[in-house]
Design a protein around this ligand. Sequence first.
Ligand code: ADP
Length: 313
Amino acid sequence: MDEVLVATDVRREYGETVALDGVSLSAHAGEVLALVGPNGAGKTTLVRALTGTTDAEGDVELFGTPPTAVDRDRIGLLPQSFTPAERLTARELVTYYAGLYDETLSVDDVLADVGLAGSAGTAYENLSGGQQRRVCVATALINDPDLLVLDEPTTGIDPAGRRALWDLLEGLADRGVTIVVTTHYMEEAHRLADRVGLLADGRLVALDDPDALVAEHGGTSLLVVEGTFDEATPERIDYPAEMSLRNGSLLVAGVRPEAIAGVVDALEDAGVAYDSLTWRQPDLEDVYLELTGTAVGQRGEPHQDELPAGGLA
Ligand code: ADP
């Protein structure tokens, strides 16, 4: 398969901090690769190393060329912190970035693609946080890149806007665009990526198809019991399943849906009060926890209080 991106043993230290501890990965044409991990895992440093915007040890090639020498018309990059001129309108900003390239897509088409057709004439500073992020995504798309590298593109975008962006990215990948995207949302990585790379402390602890990762490392289905428990609670419940406490919740492993009533009975028999019960299949968050011993802590949709000031898109 055509490898668009090949990184070998990439390392980056900042003083005492090892930001990247020997990461190797590759991505082929049309592949969506998601890099996942909690804050500080090394995602941004890896994106910067892959795009030649930080000095790193090791070897990176994009289209067979070092990143600093690659034809920039072929790359679309959305850095994590990207603050364009705030007084310009969405259309003016994307037009400005279009001016950096020989050939571009239509500015209005790209703004429509990211869901901003109706806000093209609005000044960046007057857009919501989610709309601002979409303008930034548009600047990365305007040169119709073959490789798109997006560092947390959906941060601040509301759930509907995120799903629209996923559809857009999937459409691009179907046309052969290679996409490297970082996120701390596990659901996003699972939904979007052909392969997910799990980063922890500067290391790539796994890189595979998300379904394969869950099947191999996710464990069994779980009943999640929310309430106020103490360390002795699991031992008090007389039910033949593995029980544990995680982040204050009581987890009952390996419960099939038809067995939920039996667990409810066992909780009642033990006099254990609870607020809610949720049955779910294992997911990438479980994989991350299994492989690293720590949680990314971002299962599912972002909560309202995670959205930046400026509100919903
Ligand atoms: P992530 O994107 O996953 O949040 P980063 O790549 O930003 O992770 O950071 C990885 C580690 O490197 C962190 O410990 C961070 O504090 C450190 N780091 C990143 N950039 C710098 C920098 N410019 N100077 C010093 N330390 C840095």
